[in-house]
Design a protein around this ligand. Structure first.
Ligand code: SF4
Length: 242
């Protein structure tokens, strides 16, 4: 990561820090206005969701017993914000919507703190993840299993395709794995509370909202989260009212 200040436009300039592109990082296409080719992009997004539902790559490779990707709503063309989590959990799969569990309530509360209206998680934000199927519990039974590098690689084309179609103005990186995929290895306290830009797209690292994470127990880390939500509030005021 390097540090020249970046902006979408000077007049709209949230506080940002530019990140150099690197091959291993998830590439980011430049943002598109919501109305540009919206009908065609919407059609292609529906096709993409159908391909995700039919995907058996991890099953064929022996990583998963079955495809458990989310059947329901993920977001739509026109969302200025795209959120990337780790992978759906069991509750999300059962209920057919991303972030259906307690983590979703926490994210909704964070959006409220950033000035969004009630329900914004499912109206203003396209909800994505590094992998689209539930990896199951970790062997210790203390939380969700992290997808392996092989699973991340198998599912990565779907995330790239979502980014290519939604063309968000900002990507919210939820948790250490999503942060590393877009920014490279970093400790949470080094990046949360700051924003980054690459190819005109703003990146906002956030902690994982799961109750399993203890990172937010420290008051200093709560303060960093507050800084991050203040940045998000700046972006909302510019983009959501446009
Ligand atoms: S996690 Fe992704 S690549 Fe693996 S089976 Fe599910 S949709 Fe396919």
């Amino acid at each position: 990561m390097t540090g020249t200040t970046g902006s979408v436009a000077a007049a709209r300039a949230p506080r940002t820090r530019r990140v150099e592109s690197a091959n291993e990082l998830i590439p980011l296409p430049t943002p598109l206005p919501p109305e540009e080719n919206a009908t065609e992009r919407t059609r292609l997004l529906a096709e993409l969701h159908a391909r995700i539902r039919a995907c058996e790559r991890c099953v064929a490779a022996g990583y998963l017993a079955r495809n458990t990707s989310i059947a329901g709503y993920r977001g739509h063309i026109g969302n200025r914000f795209l959120l990337v989590g780790q992978a759906p959990g069991r509750l999300s799969v059962e209920r057919g919507e991303p972030f259906a569990g307690p983590g979703g309530h926490v994210l909704e509360a964070w959006l409220t703190r950033a000035g969004f209206p009630p329900g914004a998680l499912r109206s203003e934000v396209y909800l994505s993840a590094l992998t689209k199927c539930d990896p199951g519990k970790n062997p210790r039974g203390t939380g969700d299993r992290k997808p392996t590098p092989a699973e991340l690689a198998l599912c990565r084309p779907f995330l790239l395709a979502e980014l290519e179609l939604v063309r968000p103005q900002a990507v919210l990186l939820v948790g250490g794995m999503a942060i590393e995929a877009f920014l490279g290895p970093a400790r949470l306290h080094e990046v949360i509370g700051r924003s980054f830009t690459r190819n005109g797209v703003h990146l906002l690292p956030l902690p994982h909202p799961s109750g399993v994470s203890r990172w937010l127990n420290a008051p200093a880390h709560q303060a960093l989260l507050g800084d991050a939500l203040a940045l998000l509030n700046e972006w909302r005021r510019v983009w959501v009212s446009e």
